[in-house]
Design a protein around this ligand. Sequence first.
Ligand code: LMR
Length: 394
Amino acid sequence: MLENLTQQPPDKIIMLSGMFRADERPEKIDLGVGVYKDANGNTPIMRAVKKAEQLLWDAETTKSYTALIGDGGFHKVMADLVLGDTVAAERLSFAHAPGGTGAIRQILELIKVASPHATIWMSDPTWPNHPAMVKGVGIPMKTYAYLDDETRTVDFAGMMADLGQVNAGDVVILHGCCHNPTGANLNQTQWQQVADLLLERGAIPFVDIAYQGFGDGLVADAYGVRLLAQKFPELLISASCSKNFGIYRERCGLVIAVSKDAAGSALTQGMLSSLNRLNFSFPPDHGARLVTMVLNDPELRADWEAELEEVRNSMLGLRQKLADALRTETGSDRYGFIAEHRGMFSRLGLSEEQVAKLREDHAIYMIGDSRFNVAGLSDKVIPILAKAIVAVGG
Ligand code: LMR
């Protein structure tokens, strides 16, 4: 049986991590996978998270199962973090899943059951696991234009033209903030226009929010998802705690579904619960418990928000320094967009060949589409990278 299996295409991001690990050059630079790193290249446990872990170690008395959909306290703090008070609690249903990816998978399965003929739309480009998972679940997909290659800003006219083709009942994936891989984001007016168009088309938005707090701040980054929550009868959200709580390996993600009314929400809740049971039964608990403790404790929460702000500001500073270094190296402002973008990534606009040369000749690793992880930069790395980009003809 197993010999019938076919070779699967590798995930570009995970494959690059493996190549980086195997590279023995001591000067190698990792700008690949989206994991936050401090100035020393470490991915620290956030102070408030560590403190919560210590408290939990003392307080936890059992490792018995929680609920199939995870703990209600976790749902409540996350609904508050993502949606604020934009939606009545009776319209919400939840499923805690292993990571943001797990939450996306559960939502895709929910769509497949609820609306077998729907098409899913996603930005071109998007996080490579979006199309891979949609294909895996077997849902037809289409793309909408997103990036203007010249200006490196959102190709808003192209996006609106494509979204104008969406049929009633289709699902449209939108990045809540910090678009991955481009770093180019919708402004508030554009969010409003997208919302109005999708309402008119009868589409159901699906917001993937994996970097809340990494762009312009916790509330500013939730602008789009909160706007949609106020306007749409139905909305699907996958939220990840990997990045903003730095608990990558705890696999802490959440499905938040907004239904038309309480009856719709009860139905959705039942299906989400069943999908969790069918796929993995109970979700992992540790990360969710830490998040709940941090968000419910005023002191821990203040410290977490302060550290998240430090992380965000450090990435903004690194963006500015790289844009400045490239202005000096190239004598032009063509990389000025790096300072304007938000979140963990930007795409430089280099060719696959140039990216390969960066890797082979300079031991600099970034994704083949020239997406780089801003947090992988440092005062030491920036001048080396700027020179190398010019050396490969960028
Ligand atoms: C990324 O895009 O690098 C992150 O979201 C990590 C991942 O799982 O791909």
